[in-house]
Ligand binder design. Structure first.
Ligand code: NAD
Ligand code: 0WE
Length: 274
């Protein structure tokens, strides 16, 4: 069934996956990879509408442990981690794959478009939610556990229209380092994966989508778009004992797009003419 070959790297480990919306979600690729290696999983979903999508996916990896959790709601966050503690006692890992900014914030000029409320909400949902989940999660996490969050290059460099999300991802990456320092003495490792553009719900409907995927393919070292399986593999490394001693890192999985200084001429021309 699974496209991920079976293994034993996560045998005996339990953890929470936050951010599955549907089968295209990056969190779902990660969940399948972890389950194939023996992990026992719990899932949060955002609201009743998404439960209908997430429940069958969870069941396909042997999980009936689903929790409704909007990360802006303190009561739901409290209830989520209480439910984990009640059922499992302790957890071993946490995956955070959540981001949101108002649609009006992700278009045109950053300086003109970014409102106080838009800024607050994007930073709350996309960055503070990891700090909150890390605090609550670490309270019930075994020493030697691990956490991973998902970020994007728009934190380090300007990407048209990514706007306030880039600022939120910069805060998320800095938070990753501060959390990693706090939890380091307990052997808990905290890392971020910086993925290249992937066709998910969160990447759908972005104005310049077609251009972005073509450009990323043409300008990356591997001349291809990012495969979510590579992101899942990186998450497995970081969340298993393969990742020992790696913490506070932002690991790029983007076909080498981030390290190119100037793209090859021929594929770039072709991508612009398409
Ligand atoms: P996705 O739409 O499948 O996942 C985003 C998730 O965020 C959804 O499950 C949604 O329910 C959840 N979410 C949004 N607001 C929430 C809230 N208030 N409370 C609880 N959950 C909330 O898209 P994805 O691309 O898989 O995104 C997962 C992560 O990967 C995000 O952090 C995103 O920024 C990051 N990322 C995506 C790409 C890409 O190109 N798709 C690239 C790099 C990083
Ligand atoms: O992090 C993301 C997307 C996050 C996201 C997406 C949406 C779309 C729908 C956050 N909030 C919203 N709000 C909505 O209303 N990515 C890394 C994917 C992405 O989104 C972009 C990108 C890339 C890449 C937006 C503009 C430019 C590039």
């Amino acid at each position: 069934m699974s496209e991920f070959p079976a293994g034993t790297l996560m045998d005996g480990k339990r953890g929470l996956i936050m951010g599955v919306a549907n089968k295209n979600s990056i969190a779902w690729a990660i969940a399948q990879q972890l389950a194939a290696q023996g992990a026992e999983l719990a899932f949060t979903f955002q609201g009743d509408k998404l439960e209908r999508r997430v429940r069958p996916l969870a069941e396909s990896v042997g999980s009936d442990f689903l929790l409704d959790c909007d990360v802006t709601d303190d009561d739901q966050m409290e209830a989520t981690f209480k439910a984990l503690e009640d059922r499992w006692g302790r957890i071993d890992f946490l995956v955070h794959a959540i981001a949101f900014a108002g649609k009006d914030q992700l278009d045109g000029s950053f300086v003109d478009q970014t409102t106080r409320d838009g800024f607050k909400s994007a930073l709350d949902i996309s960055a503070y939610s990891f700090v909150d989940a890390a605090r609550r999660g670490s309270a019930i996490m075994n020493d030697g556990g691990a956490m991973v969050t998902l970020t994007y290059l728009g934190s380090e460099r300007v990407v048209p229209n990514y706007n306030v999300m880039g600022v939120a991802k910069a805060a998320l990456e800095a938070s990753t380092r501060y959390i990693a320092a706090d939890l380091g003495p307990r052997g808990i490792r905290v890392n971020a994966i910086s993925a290249g553009p992937i066709k998910t719900l969160a990447a759908a409907g972005i104005g310049s989508g077609r251009h972005m995927f073509r450009f990323n393919k043409a300008a990356s070292a591997m001349q291809d778009n990012t495969d979510p399986k590579g992101v899942a593999g990186a998450a497995l490394y970081l969340l298993s004992d393969l990742g020992l001693s790696c913490t506070g890192e932002v690991h790029h999985v983007d076909g080498g797009f981030h390290m190119i200084g100037m793209p090859q001429e021929a594929p770039l021309r072709a991508s612009l003419e398409e």
